[in-house]
Design a protein around this ligand. Structure first.
Ligand SMILES: *[C@@H]1O[C@H](CO)[C@@H](O)[C@H](O)[C@H]1NC(C)=O
Ligand SMILES: *[C@@H]1O[C@H](CO)[C@@H](O)[C@H](O)[C@H]1NC(C)=O
Ligand SMILES: *[C@@H]1O[C@H](CO)[C@@H](O)[C@H](O)[C@H]1NC(C)=O
Length: 173
């Protein structure tokens, strides 16, 4: 009930904000944080996506309750980009499934990211044609919850530390 309340509140906020309507595959410069919602595991809700440095130009999409740590994103066409205070762009990269995996990493890497993103009333979506079957959060190897996406062509049998979430776009202040 609490989860549903939070979600309706965010959807309510979205409806009253005309800019959000225009956010589907258009050139919108409004910035947002990606925030988890709707998980069966309360510890996986209300977490923000941020870039966890893993190498030059590479970050894993890790989750934090701390909005100060969250990465500020925006839609550029159907690409999600991030402002990580550098002169070059950062983008959202769901890693392609080339290994028969039922879920895969999501990275925030140097570059414009991969196209096919849009926002609807259940949050950020990636194109189903690219294999997107929803977002997954698992307690993972950076000793924190981490974001993955489910590959829609396989049935995921994920471990108990994982749960499916929605990724809502929370406007930045
Ligand atoms: C979006 O609009 C801004 C400001 O008008 C412009 O500078 C930028 O090039 C546009 N981006 C795209 C992808 O059209
Ligand atoms: C949007 O993406 C295009 C490349 O597809 C890039 O040239 C442009 O600078 C980007 N705009 C912003 C605001 O990042
Ligand atoms: C949002 O988009 C996703 C992915 O295409 C779809 O499964 C879902 O039903 C959509 N939600 C709504 C409320 O239309």
């Amino acid at each position: 009930m609490k989860v549903f309340g939070t979600l309706s509140l965010l959807i309510g906020a979205a409806i009253t904000s005309p800019s959000l309507v225009a956010r589907q595959g258009t050139n919108v410069t409004d910035t947002f944080y990606l925030k988890t919602s709707g998980s069966e595991n309360p510890d996986h809700n209300d977490l923000y996506v941020y870039g966890y440095h893993t190498g030059a130009g590479l970050n894993d999409a890790v989750l934090t309750p701390d909005v100060e740590t969250a990465s500020k994103g925006y839609l550029n066409g159907t690409n999600v980009q991030f402002d990580l205070h550098t002169t070059f762009p950062w983008g959202l990269y769901p890693i392609g499934v080339t290994n028969y995996a039922a879920w895969q990493f999501v990275e925030l890497n140097a570059g414009y990211g991969i196209e096919g993103f849009f926002v609807n009333s259940t949050g950020l979506q990636w194109s189903e044609r690219n294999g997107f079957g929803g977002w997954l959060v698992c307690d993972w190897f950076h000793n924190a919850p981490q974001l993955f996406y489910i590959y829609r062509y396989y049935t995921p049998k994920y471990p108990a530390s994982c749960s499916e979430v929605k990724l809502l776009t929370e406007p930045t202040a």
